[in-house]
Write a protein that binds this ligand. Structure first.
Ligand code: C5P
Length: 234
């Protein structure tokens, strides 16, 4: 299993993200590029960060009719990212279409993972805003099984749900887990959170960490703390 820390580079511009990445002189962290940076800078930001030697998780969370998602994925496949994603709530048919679009003529493709429930969504909000009455664990497990059925490689979920996903879909099915906070840190708008050390115990494959690293007084030290706790188990 790969087990790695992915930094959520939630910055508004190329200048900001490059200034941040310049801080890392000894390591080349796996980075997540999300909507903010992608919408601000376009596909070139992906190519430039890739050229600097970073692995990239392109987090655009596609959710539309199957044909539109297939066409969009066919554009994204040429960006040569390592992981990209969509919302499992878009249905199995949408996920199957996504795989088709993402697969290159030579049969290769980036890993494709599905968002189950956003880690900012509590069970109460799911019930009252989305009218989903099942327990959150059941919803996550069901969406994960759908993603597996459609041929995806894994899911985005809370680290608290990683063991449930592995129990339902097998250990080889990847769990990428945001909602990670240091024991002494701020939770912010996240709801289902845990620490890097606990995420390791539960069995997350990758943790996605944004503000605890990018807003830290010393981001490189915060990144290394995540690696020590999550990857090395120290
Ligand atoms: O700053 P923080 O560590 O909360 O950042 C988490 C990152 O993971 C954000 O970029 C957010 O968009 C993303 N994310 C999430 N929950 C999901 C999927 C993605 O928080 N279910």
């Amino acid at each position: 299993m790969a087990r790695d820390v992915i930094i959520a580079c939630d910055f508004p511009s190329k200048a900001d993200v490059m200034k941040f990445l310049d801080l890392f002189t000894e390591e080349k962290p796996f980075v997540k590029i999300g909507m903010e940076l992608f919408y601000a800078e376009g596909p070139s930001i992906v190519r430039e960060i890739k050229e600097r030697g970073h692995k990239i998780f392109l987090d655009l969370k596609l959710h539309d009719i199957p044909n539109t998602v297939k066409s969009a994925m066919a554009v994204l496949r040429d960006l040569d990212v390592d992981i990209t994603n969509l919302h499992a709530s878009g249905t199995v048919a949408m996920m199957e279409a996504a795989i088709e679009g993402l697969t290159r003529p030579d049969g290769t493709r980036p890993l494709l993972i599905a968002v189950t429930q956003l880690t900012s969504t509590s069970e109460e909000r799911m019930r009252e805003d989305l009218l989903i009455n099942a327990p959150i664990e059941d919803v996550v497990a069901h969406y994960a099984r759908n993603a597996k059925k459609a041929g995806l490689d894994g899911v985005v979920c809370s680290p608290l749900e990683a063991a449930t996903v592995h129990a339902n879909c097998g250990d080889g099915f990847i769990t990428v887990t945001p909602g990670v906070r240091f024991a002494d840190g701020d939770v912010g708008d996240q709801s289902r959170v845990t620490t890097p050390a606990r995420a390791r115990e539960i069995g997350s494959d990758y943790i996605v960490v944004g503000r605890p690293i990018i807003k830290a007084a010393d981001p490189v030290a915060a990144y290394r703390r995540c690696v020590n706790e999550f990857v090395k188990g120290e």
